[in-house]
Design a protein around this ligand. Structure first.
Ligand code: B3K
Ligand code: ZN
Length: 876
């Protein structure tokens, strides 16, 4: 396949000012008539052809200003059209008539049907599967969309913008016309037609615009959209207050569909969502589901300014909208919930998804400079690391400076397709801050490593810290330049207070930020009253790996006394990681795992600390996961040893804390009706963490059985279900709970997904057989992405012992499934395959099996470009 390069960017030869679309909807044969108002860009040769993209679109006819084009001027190229002999100077109108088959569109890109509802997904390159078009984000046009369909099966006809006309066509058909006044790229086009229920509300913007809000869901499920609606209104208000951004149309619509390749899509005025991120009530949704709905509703809404009003010049700039919008949704959730707890969750996620990506064969810069298949670049690096880079800009500039830069960005680039250079220039111009070295964060892949050592000299009261930075080599980038790494820090004294040095030399310090800008730097802090403990990278200010052999006592000191709660968690987590890594080494050497009693004591003390909110204490009790430990160890990984060692450490902590944990669990009741608020959710999370330790200490499923029986909401029901399925899989209670759960929710697929995942992630080699059995059952379907992710995805990504079975059967299974799914849905198949990305860090036997599975995929004779790209890079 072709490799696209950032350095090859060229403006389009033709400018499209307006797009008029007519859809005659039919499942097997939908006719699309597209009329483009086109001009040649000044300076472009009058005989340059107009090249349009097209994919699985059947061409019927092409005319220019009403005249059918001569056959020799219309070339079908295999991936589009090349039109020659077009008017040289004047603007012209180009009408293309073509046909598509929504019912047969299994890729879920372009126009397709989900449970009888016509829907679209155009980002990144789906519009070309609807009609021939210059399908690139820098072609901005005003769209008018006419939809014609059967009135009975599709009473509802929606597209972007405002509805300007509706009417009857006779013979049971009707039509609607929508007009979107805001010029937009084709990837933001959307159309929905079907029979759906609606939840309605309204919102008045700060300047007084009345906005109708509508969330469309399956009939009968309207009440389950209430939390999404509430989240939407809070998002709209927040964006006004925090960023001065108002909504800009008279209507905002969200449609929930059950077949969707990802989470949601920010189409202008008509967001389309995976129903998993819209539908909630206490019976079917967990606290985590509520939090995800809130975050994703906000994310898509925030795109209206960061993505839609200002879009991307080309797909290399994807992080311009995604990293920035993730940063905005993170800030929103932090304001709506608990800031430190939200930050801990973000950092856990970043380390679990982005760090391994950055350390493996799929590593790429936040702004990639080449790609073969853009769909494969909607990654944790573009999104999550992209957000961290924006967060660092906010750290460097301070709240006011950051806001000034954002204001300038909105002002200067509204209505444009922009680049990262444009974005950075706004911050520099608004504040005078030089981001010259900082911008390497966009161009250099790999997680930077900062090695630290410290010396305390009591005689001179000088504390010295030496820093050495490096960035690991990544595919296509052997050598790296020195980066600007901002590190928030503190010097914590023995009494818990903070040292205030009389002078700092060797690095620039602004407020509590230390700026690393050289390969190695020695920083002296003078006038420090007693031996301090260095607390580094507070708030996980920079997304880096810190190599710093801090003494366990120092980590325990920070875990108890840091003023920044996030830093307390960070220290505790680092301490636990150290103990776990040692335990794995012992386990592998055939010894008995023992646990530093001070770790257990510190964890128990944190759990007992009434000044801390329960949600934080739940995070403090959660040990690093098996994959986290594997990442820390880095190579020659034996997942079984990691599992056994972690379980042993967990059991020791459970036994040590049993009495206190039992007392605490009794104080974490949430009486009354279920409420999804953060404080109640925190109590439930803490109670569950305690119950897990207690069940291990008792070596009994009794508490989980009891909790399962008593539960009156999905959070309280699914937590003991997981505990039973993962810790007591052989028990009668585990089987009974799974059976009860299935019986109660068999007709609610979104809940059945939890049931599938709970079983797929049960540790151990035997789970593979269970997964195969579930695939044969009535609840699984390869054509629904949510089912595939819940069962196969959860198994491959969330079951280190099962998936990485020593005999390689897990890898072979994944290869079979990737090949089977690739034929119908390449994006889902390619995403599934990324679970193999850390294969080289496994011990030799497993590595050999993993390679064989990957090579078998690579050798298949019909692969999509999506899977081809991932498998080639994974093996390279
Ligand atoms: N922009 C979409 C993602 C589209 C993915 C296309 N493969 C959702 C989001 O990030 O908000
Ligand atoms: Zn997004």
């Amino acid at each position: 396949g072709t490799t696209f390069q950032l350095s090859d960017y060229r403006e389009s030869d033709f400018i499209v000012d307006a797009v008029d679309l007519t859809f005659r909807l039919d499942p097997e044969r939908t006719e699309v008539v597209s009329t483009l108002t086109v001009r040649r860009r000044p300076g472009v040769s009058p005989d340059a052809p107009f090249v349009l993209d097209g994919d699985e679109v059947e061409l019927k006819s092409v005319s220019v200003d009403g005249q059918t084009m001569a056959e020799e001027d219309v070339a079908e190229t295999g991936n589009g059209l090349r039109l020659s002999n077009l008017p040289g100077q004047a603007a012209f109108s180009l009408t293309i008539t073509s046909e598509i088959a929504p019912e047969r569109n299994t890729q879920l890109m372009g126009l397709y049907r989900s449970s009888g509802v016509y829907t679209t997904q155009c980002e990144a390159e789906g519009f070309r599967r609807i009609t021939f078009f210059p399908d690139r984000p820098d072609v901005l046009a005003v769209y008018t969309t006419r939809i014609e369909a059967d009135r009975e099966s599709a009473p509802l006809l929606l597209a972007n913008g405002n509805c300007i006309e509706t009417g009857d066509l006779g013979e049971g058909r009707h039509y609607a016309v929508w007009h979107d006044p805001h010029p937009k790229p084709s990837y933001l086009f959307a159309l929905v037609a079907g029979d759906l229920g609606v939840l309605e509300d309204d919102f008045t913007t700060a300047s007084g615009r009345e906005v109708a809000l509508k969330i469309y869901v399956e009939h009968g499920k309207e009440a389950r959209a209430a939390y999404a609606m509430d989240s939407l209104k809070r998002s709209m208000r927040w964006d006004e207050e925090r960023f001065g951004r108002e909504y800009d149309l008279d209507i905002f619509m969200i449609v929930a569909v059950s077949d969707f390749n990802m989470g949601a899509m920010e189409n202008k005025g008509l967001n389309v969502f995976n129903d998993k991120y819209v539908l909630a009530d206490p019976e079917i949704a967990t606290d985590a589901d509520y939090a995800n709905i809130e975050a994703i509703i906000a994310h898509e809404y925030f795109h209206n300014w960061t993505g839609n009003r200002i879009t991307c010049r080309d797909w290399f700039q994807l992080c311009l909208k995604e990293g920035l919008t993730v940063y905005r949704d993170h800030e929103f959730s932090a304001d709506q919930r608990s800031r430190p707890v939200k930050r801990i969750a973000e950092v856990r996620l970043l380390k679990a998804h982005q760090f391994p990506e950055d350390a493996g064969p799929l590593a790429h810069p936040v702004r990639p400079d080449r790609y073969r298949e853009i769909s494969n670049f909607y990654t944790a690096t573009v999104y999550e690391k992209g957000s961290e880079v924006v967060r660092m800009i906010a750290t460097l500039l301070g709240e006011d400076g950051f806001r000034k830069g954002m204001d300038l960005y909105f002002d200067r680039h509204d209505g444009e397709a922009a680049t990262i250079e444009d974005f950075l220039a706004c911050f520099e111009d608004a504040t005078g801050f030089d981001l010259g070295q900082f911008r390497l964060w966009y161009d250099q892949a790999g997680t930077p490593v900062v090695s630290v050592s410290t010396v305390w000299d009591p005689g001179s009261r000088r504390f010295t810290a030496s820093f050495e930075q490096s960035v690991p080599a990544t595919p296509g980038q052997a050598k790296k330049d020195v980066m600007h790494i901002p590190l928030r820090f503190g010097l914590v004294l023995p009494d818990g207070s903070e040292a205030e040095p009389t002078s700092v030399t060797g690095a620039r310090v602004t407020d509590d930020v230390l700026h690393l800008t050289q390969r190695s730097q020695t920083v002296q802090f003078d006038g420090v009253s007693a031996r301090p403990v260095l607390s580094l990278n507070r708030g996980f200010c920079a997304p880096i790996n810190v190599h710093f052999e801090q003494a366990p006592a120092d980590l325990a000191h920070l875990a108890r006394h840091e003023s920044d709660p996030f830093a307390r968690w960070q220290a505790l987590n680092a301490y636990a990681m150290r103990v776990l890594v040692e335990a794995v080494a012992k386990e592998r050497a055939g010894g008995t795992v023992d646990v530093d009693p001070a770790l257990a004591e510190t964890m128990i003390a944190t759990a007992e600390d009434e000044t801390l909110e329960p949600a934080f204490r739940a995070q403090a009790l959660a040990l690093p996961g098996e994959n986290d430990i594997a990442r820390e160890i880095g190579n020659d990984i034996d997942p079984d040893a990691i599992f056994a060692a972690r379980r042993a450490v967990q059991t020791v902590i459970g036994k040590t804390g049993a009495e206190i944990f039992a007392r605490l669990a009794d104080t974490m009741e949430t009486p009354g009706a279920y409420s999804p608020d953060a404080a109640s959710a925190g109590k439930r999370a803490f109670r569950h963490a305690l119950m897990t330790y207690l069940s291990l200490a008792d070596a009994s499923p009794a508490r989980a059985n009891e909790a399962f029986a008593a539960a009156d909401n999905m959070t309280d029901l699914s937590q003991p279900l997981l505990l039973l399925a993962h810790f007591f899989p052989e028990s009668e209670g585990a089987n009974a709970a799974l059976a009860t759960f299935e019986e109660r929710f068999h007709d609610t697929p979104l809940v059945i997904d939890k049931w599938l995942s709970a079983q797929a992630t049960a540790p151990g080699a035997a789970t593979l057989e269970r997964v195969r059995m579930l695939m044969e059952g009535e609840h699984f379907s390869r054509s629904n992405p949510n089912r595939v992710r819940a069962l196969i995805g959860a198994f491959a990504a969330g079951n280190p012992t099962g998936f990485n079975r020593a005999d390689g059967a897990g890898f072979a299974f994944l290869a079979d499934e990737v090949l089977a799914i690739d034929g119908r849905n390449p994006q889902v198949a390619a995403r599934l395959l990324t679970t193999m990305r850390s294969w080289r860090s496994l011990e030799e036997g497993r590595r050999r099996h993993a390679r064989a599975a990957l090579e078998r995929i690579a050798a298949a004779d019909k692969l999509s470009s999506d899977v081809r790209d991932i498998v080639d890079r994974t093996l390279a």
